[in-house]
Design a protein. Structure first.
Length: 215
């Protein structure tokens, strides 16, 4: 009987240890980083790591209203790049992202941001119809339009994803279907293939991890 008690206790300690590891789990930080040397209050030098962040932006949303980085202040959000006439990966990507949206719809700390790469056609009125068709009718998920230079530079330099016009492509554009997880400090914490179910499931779990990390 005593041996059984010890075995039960050992099992319980293992479970507690595993749970503690999960609770302390942190997501990686993507993008460039640099070491910056500074002096503390005591005059001693210290090295801090400065990570790449999403810069300030200003885009028109589906309601023809300008939104900025302040719209997402204190929030974590999932960003992506798409266009409404896309006939390949976008419908799959947004159908999957809608599941993530539904799961976190009631959580005010989570938002969604979709940038159109079709700067000629996808004006706010088109984005509005797209959002309504998708079943999104609130400010939690923003669909935004900007100039080619603004959006393409942001995608490639800051979100580290490929977007470009391509006349040889049947839809006229090439882009990656990544869903990009951004934390409250505007650092990228994850990239997930929005066309793959297992990747989208991982995104759901990583959002929960990031929420716990940034309480």
């Amino acid at each position: 009987m005593l041996k059984i008690k010890y075995l039960c206790l050992a099992s319980l300690l293992v479970i507690i240890s595993l749970n503690a590891c999960n609770n302390n789990k942190k997501l990686p930080i993507y993008g460039q980083r640099e070491a910056v040397i500074s002096k503390g209050a005591d005059g001693k030098e210290k090295i801090d790591t400065v990570y790449q962040t999403i810069p300030a932006f200003r885009f028109l949303n589906q309601d023809s209203t300008y939104i900025t980085q302040d719209t997402f202040k204190g929030k974590i959000y999932v960003a992506d790049f798409f266009f409404t006439s896309c006939s390949t990966i976008c419908p799959i990507m947004h159908r999957n992202l809608k599941e993530v949206y539904n799961q976190y719809k009631s959580n005010p700390a989570v938002m969604f941001l979709s940038h159109t790469i079709d700067f000629k056609y996808d004006k706010p009125s088109v984005l509005k119809k797209y959002a309504q068709k998708l079943g999104v009718d609130n400010a939690k998920w923003q669909f935004v339009w900007g100039s080619k230079a603004e959006v393409y530079n942001l995608a490639e330099k800051n979100y580290l994803t490929v977007v470009k016009e391509d006349s040889t492509n049947r839809d006229g554009f090439i882009h990656q279907g990544y869903l990009l997880l951004i934390d409250k400090e505007k650092k990228m914490r994850g990239a997930y293939d929005g066309t793959k179910t297992d990747e989208v499931e991982k995104l759901k779990k990583d959002i929960a991890i990031l929420l716990a990390e940034q309480k």
